[in-house]
Structures are given as C-alpha cells and as structure tokens.
Design a protein around this ligand. Structure first.
Ligand code: CMP
Length: 138
C-alpha cells in the first residue's frame, strides 16, 4: 500500500470540477483517505512548492495556487504514486494522453487542474504539509 498527495487546483475548483476529478480517481480504484478544501496564502503555496524555488515559473505558480480554493486529498492504493501520475497525464496538457485528467480538463502547463506527488519522499513531505496522522483514515 502506498499513499500520495493530490491537489485539485484553483482552475478546476473555479469550473466546479471537483466531483468529476474525484470520480476519475475513485474509478481508478484509489481510495480517498483524507480530504479538505483550503484557500492558501501565497506564502503557503510557496512552502509547498519549495523544490521549484529556483524555477522561472515559481512566482506565477505561487500566485496561481493562491488565487482560489483548492481541494487536497490523500490517495491510497497499490502503486498509488505512479497510478495517480498516469491518471493525471503529462504536466503539459498538449502532451497528455487521452483519458487523463489533464487531457480532459487542464487549460495550460500552469493551470493544469491537478497535482500529484512524484516519489515516496515527496509524498511524505506533501502529505505532512497538509494533514496530521489523525486526519488519515484508511
Ligand atoms: P505540478 O505537477 O503541480 O508541479 C509544478 C507545477 O508548476 C506544475 O504542475 C504546473 O502547474 C506549474 N508549471 C508552470 N510552468 C511550468 C513548466 N514550464 N514546467 C513545469 N511545471 C510548470
């Protein structure tokens, strides 16, 4: 069993897509073991995306991620990290495969509707950023 962090981003909550995206997640067989809706400050978004601090898109990314509500959840399942990344599709929606969340809903490389952890270490950091042990109900 593995856990990964998912974020439904402000471009998706603005279009009322939370239910559609959670349906795709559950249809894939991943279990939602924690979930909350948040409105991040720019600083809180910056802390989450600390690894991208030196990237040219960091400032805009933090502004976007604090421009509206997000829904964060912890997904559990066998190979949850890789399975959720496959379900999300490529970061750039122009390269995303048919049937993926980003192919269906992403607007561009920044407003790409969802985030998912990319490795076990990042998943541990990202889950801990938003949830305490008590909030993870498997
Ligand atoms: P995410 O998977 O959340 O990881 C970092 C985010 O930065 C990415 O999705 C996009 O929302 C955003 N981003 C904006 N521009 C780029 C870019 N050129 N390359 C990668 N990510 C980008």
């Amino acid at each position: 069993m593995e856990r990964t962090l998912s974020i439904i981003k402000p471009d998706a909550t603005a279009r009322n897509l939370e239910g559609e995206i959670l349906s795709m997640i559950q249809a894939e067989g991943l279990r939602v073991v924690a979930m909350k809706r948040l409105y991040l400050t720019t600083e809180q978004a910056g802390g989450f995306y600390e690894v991208h601090k030196e990237r040219p898109f960091y400032g805009e990314l933090c502004a976007f991620m604090s421009s509206g509500p997000i829904v964060v959840s912890v997904l559990e399942g066998e190979d949850a990290i890789a399975r959720y990344r496959k379900l999300m599709g490529a970061t750039n929606p122009e390269q995303a495969e048919e049937g993926t969340v980003r192919k269906k809903y992403a607007q561009d490389i920044e407003r790409n509707s969802v985030h998912g952890s990319d490795a076990p270490e990042t998943a541990a950091f990202e889950i801990g950023y938003f949830f305490s042990q008590l909030e993870l109900v498997g």
